[in-house]
Ligand binder design. Structure first.
Ligand SMILES: NC(=O)c1ccc[n+]([C@@H]2O[C@H](COP(=O)([O-])OP(=O)(O)OC[C@H]3O[C@@H](n4cnc5c(N)ncnc54)[C@H](O)[C@@H]3O)[C@@H](O)[C@H]2O)c1
Length: 369
């Protein structure tokens, strides 16, 4: 197979979908690897490192898309990339279709196979290709929250941990999955006072066992959320219903409950956000104000810490990329259920039920998932 790695073109995206060691592994397995010149620079990976590993450098994205049987990317294809995608080509990347009808329709129209990192689910129900980016975003959400709580950034002027004699910040974390648990862990280290909310009782029991004493583990319902909003200096939106649009937990009217200068980091924005007033932002302009509440809604948070994120992502995507390259997508999907579950669109048909439902499109199951 020819495997292609284009340079990411999303604004402020510094990750790349393959490390030089990935190119070496694929070449050793008998494949060809095409890397667009400069693709790794944002993560501190020079072209020469890919060449040394056996990859072929090409000058443009058009050449990568034009020749490769499988494209490895990080973010969803953007409109300039859509016309480059060919029927039957495998595109293995994050798509987050449920948040973007136009992208869904564009990928249907290409006739390509969209294999989504975020729906590659193992037999234990885990999402191994979402996990490392969620770990990064969860830990980073507290770092960003701390920054935007500072007065010059329009925040309340609050130090997360307080100081002796002054209470620490209260942080409400909605969703106790990977993002939420990582946020809670870092926030606890700062000495903040934390409410961590989830609806899954088994998960709540587990979190209650492992979290330090400054984390209260709470069941997420309307009343608890409203109480938390009244107390919170910082709110982290970290909920997920896999493949579907994020549930809306904070409505516009709820912002009135919050203190002026408090901060919402809506990490779930890549699935549409869990706050009514959220809208996607970029690292260049990450925040906006609504009703005196700072909103931070960057859809690709891990992109800002590209080097950490590239290594964390490629460590987990390479084994699956290799499996698809070695077997071809049809056999890989038949042999490996996680791959079958990752296929969202194939030959112009939607094979992921949640995506089909979200847009009222016909659901055409094709593989045994
Ligand atoms: N913005 C970014 O850059 C970025 C980066 C990584 C992940 N994310 C997003 O962050 C979100 C969370 O990811 P994750 O890996 O932690 O998912 P996860 O599946 O590990 O955790 C989600 C949790 O939300 C809980 N939940 C569902 N409904 C809830 C409700 N009504 N109230 C409270 N909790 C509820 C679930 O029980 C689950 O424990 C996803 O949308 C993911 O795509 C965004």
């Amino acid at each position: 197979m020819i495997v292609g790695v284009p340079k990411e073109i999303k604004r402020d995206e510094y990750r790349v979908a393959m490390l030089p060691v990935g190119a070496e592994e694929l070449v050793r397995a008998g494949h060809r690897v095409l890397v667009e010149a400069g693709a790794g620079l944002g993560s501190g990976l020079p072209d020469a490192a890919y060449e040394k590993a056996g990859a072929e450098l090409v000058a443009t994205a058009a050449e990568v898309f034009g020749q490769a049987d499988m494209i490895l990317k990080v973010k969803e294809p953007l409109p300039p990339e859509w016309p480059l995608i060919r029927p039957g080509q495998v595109v293995f990347t994050y798509f987050h279709f449920a948040a973007d009808r136009k992208l869904t329709e564009a990928m249907i129209a290409t006739g390509a196979t969209a294999v989504a990192y975020e729906t590659l689910r193992d037999d234990q129900g885990r999402l191994p290709l979402l996990t490392p980016m969620s770990e990064v975003a969860g830990r980073m959400s507290i770092q960003e929250g701390a920054k935007y709580l500072e007065r010059p950034q329009m925040g309340r002027g609050i130090l997360l941990g307080g100081v002796p004699g002054v209470a620490p910040a209260h942080i409400s974390i909605l969703g106790g999955g990977i993002v939420g648990a990582n946020a809670a862990k870092v926030a606890a280290g700062f000495g903040a006072d934390i409410g961590l909310l989830d609806v899954n009782m088994e998960r709540l029991r587990y979190l209650d066992d492992i979290m330090p004493a400054n984390v209260d583990v709470l069941f997420s319902d309307r009343h608890t959320i409203r109480e938390q909003l009244e107390r919170a200096d910082l709110v982290i939106g970290a909920v997920l219903i896999p493949g579907a649009k994020a549930p809306r937990l904070i409505e516009r009217a709820d912002l009135k409950l919050m203190k002026p200068g408090s901060v919402i980091i809506d990490v779930a924005i890549d699935q549409g956000g869990c706050v009514e007033t959220s809208r996607p932002t970029t690292h260049s302009e990450p925040t906006f104000m609504v009703d005196e509440v700072v909103h931070y809604c960057v859809t690709n948070m891990p992109g800002a810490v590209g080097r950490t994120s590239t290594y964390a992502l490629c460590n987990v995507t390479l084994p699956w990329g290799l499996q698809i390259a070695n077997r071809g997508i049809e056999r890989a999907a038949r042999d490996l259920k996680p791959v079958a579950r990752a296929i969202n669109i194939i030959g112009g048909e939607v094979t992921n039920e949640a995506v089909a439902k979200t847009f009222g499109l016909p659901y055409r199951p094709r593989f045994d998932v």
